[in-house]
Ligand binder design. Structure first.
Ligand code: FEO
Length: 401
C-alpha cells in the first residue's frame, strides 16, 4: 500500500519531496491567501543527496515522500541552500534519522546553521564555484549572498540541467501541481510579483547582478527548482524576464494610494486624489489599510510609479495601521517613486507630517507639501486633493518613456 505522501519525479535523477502548506495565511507578516510549499529535492546519484529540508511541522511529510522512493538512510549528503527555518527547520531531526556523511552549506550558511541548531549538526563549507562529486554526477554551487539572506546559494546538477534556487524565482502558492505549465500564468505572475516585492525588493540591485551572472555562467537549463511554488520547466525565460523588469523598478503610470481613516475624511481625500490621478491619465489603486494587507500594498507598489500615503492624526501620532505600513515598506527600500502625504486632523495634525517625513526618509520624491485638512474636507479642499492627483499623474507621464 502506498504511503500517505508520495514523491513527484522531476527529472531522470531528481524527485520533489517537499511539504504542501495549504493552510498558511501568514508568512512572517506576509499574507499568503493561497498557502505555500516548502520544496525539497532528492537526487538519486551514487551519493544520494537531499537539497534543503522543510519547515519543522512538515518533517513527516518530507520523510514519507523520501521513503516513497528510497530508504531515507541511503541519503549521504544534505545540501542547505538557505538557512531560514522554512528550509532548515527539519534539518536536525532529519539528520538524526538519515545520518548523512556530510551536510554542506555556504560559508555564511555554516555560521547561520550553527546559530539555528546550536551545534546539533556539523556542517561543512562549500564555496562559490565549488563542485562536489556525487560519484556518477556533479553538484556545483553558486553563492547568492543577500538573496535574500547572507547564506543563500544555488546548486546546479549538470546531469539533469537543474538549478536549485532556494527562495529566488519562488512564490507562496500551495497546489497539487508541481510544474509551471500546470498552473494559471495569471496566478503565477501575481504571486511571483508579490513574493519579489515582499522578500527580494530590498536586494533589487543584487538581483540584476545575479541575472547577469547566471547568464554568464551559460548553464544548460532544463529546469529551475525553487524552494516555494512550482518548478519552472517551460516558463523560466518568462519569469527571468519579469525579474529583470521588477529589479529595475522603472516608473509606470500606476499609483498606490494607501491610507487609513477615522471618520471618512481621509478616505474622502484619498478618493478625490484617485479621481485626479485617473483624470490625469494614471491608474490608481486604493488600499484602505483596514481592508488591505501591507504585503498586498507592497506588491502593488512594486509596479507603480507613485506612492501616496494618507493618515488621520490620533493622539498626536499617525494612525497605527499607517505606521505599520510605512515601517514595512521603508524596509523594502523601493526606488524611483514619487508621492505625497495627505490626511485630516482635529487640532494638532502631526500624523500627516510624520507620513511626509517617512516618505522623505524613503527617498520618495515629494510632489507637493502635505495636504492637511481640519476635520471634514469641504469642496475646495476636495478640489485640492483632486489637483494633487492630477499633478502626480502629470509628473508620472514625464517619467514614463
Ligand atoms: Fe523561504 Fe528565506 O525562506
Amino acid at each position: 500500500m502506498p504511503g500517505p505522501f508520495q514523491a513527484t519525479r522531476v527529472s531522470e535523477h531528481v524527485y520533489w519531496v517537499g511539504g504542501i502548506d495549504w493552510s498558511s495565511r501568514d508568512f512572517h507578516g506576509y499574507s499568503t491567501p493561497r498557502g505555500t510549499t516548502y520544496n525539497a529535492y532528492l537526487i538519486l546519484a551514487d551519493t544520494v543527496t537531499l537539497v534543503d529540508t522543510v519547515k519543522a511541522q512538515y518533517r513527516d511529510e518530507l520523510m514519507y515522500r523520501i521513503a516513497s522512493v528510497i530508504d531515507p538512510t541511503e541519503i549521504s549528503l544534505i545540501v542547505s541552500n538557505h538557512a531560514e527555518q522554512d528550509h532548515s527547520g527539519s534539518l536536525v531531526p532529519v539528520a538524526r534519522i538519515v545520518k548523512p556523511d556530510r551536510i554542506v552549506a555556504s560559508p555564511m550558511g555554516v555560521k547561520a546553521l550553527a546559530r539555528h541548531t546550536h551545534g546539533a549538526v556539523e556542517v561543512d563549507t562549500v564555496r562559490d564555484g565549488e563542485t562536489l562529486s556525487l560519484g556518477n554526477m556533479d553538484l556545483s554551487f553558486v553563492e547568492t549572498r543577500m538573496l535574500h539572506w547572507p547564506d543563500s546559494m544555488f546548486s546546479y546538477l549538470g546531469a539533469d540541467e537543474i538549478l536549485f534556487t532556494q527562495d529566488a524565482f519562488g512564490m507562496h502558492l500551495a497546489s497539487s501541481e508541481r510544474f509551471d505549465d500546470e498552473l494559471d500564468p495569471v496566478i503565477l505572475e501575481s504571486e511571483a510579483a508579490k513574493y519579489f516585492a515582499n522578500i527580494l525588493l530590498p536586494y533589487s540591485k543584487l538581483i540584476g547582478k545575479l541575472l547577469e551572472r547566471v547568464g554568464q555562467l551559460n548553464l544548460p537549463l532544463k529546469m529551475v527548482a525553487p524552494d516555494h511554488g512550482p518548478i519552472w520547466r517551460t516558463r523560466f525565460d518568462w519569469i527571468a524576464g519579469l525579474y529583470d523588469k521588477w529589479w529595475r523598478q522603472e516608473p509606470t503610470l500606476k499609483a498606490v494610494v494607501t491610507y487609513d481613516t477615522m471618520w471618512q475624511s481621509t478616505d474622502l481625500l484619498a478618493r478625490s486624489i484617485a479621481g485626479g490621478l485617473t483624470a490625469g491619465g494614471a491608474s490608481p489603486k486604493l488600499h484602505q489599510l483596514r481592508a488591505s494587507h501591507r504585503s498586498d500594498v507592497a506588491a502593488d507598489m512594486l509596479q507603480s510609479g507613485a506612492l501616496v500615503v494618507g493618515s488621520p492624526t490620533i493622539n498626536n501620532q499617525m494612525f497605527p495601521t499607517v505606521a505599520d505600513l510605512l515601517s514595512y515598506v521603508n524596509g523594502l527600500k523601493p526606488t524611483n517613486l514619487i508621492g505625497a502625504a495627505f490626511g485630516s486632523y482635529g487640532w494638532s495634525g502631526e500624523g500627516v507630517k510624520m507620513v511626509n517625513d517617512t516618505l522623505r526618509e524613503m527617498k520618495v520624491e515629494l510632489i507637493s507639501e502635505p495636504l492637511r485638512v481640519q476635520f471634514v474636507p469641504d469642496a475646495e479642499e476636495l478640489a485640492r486633493a483632486w489637483a494633487l492627483g492630477e499633478a502626480i499623474a502629470a509628473e508620472l507621464k514625464t517619467r514614463v518613456a
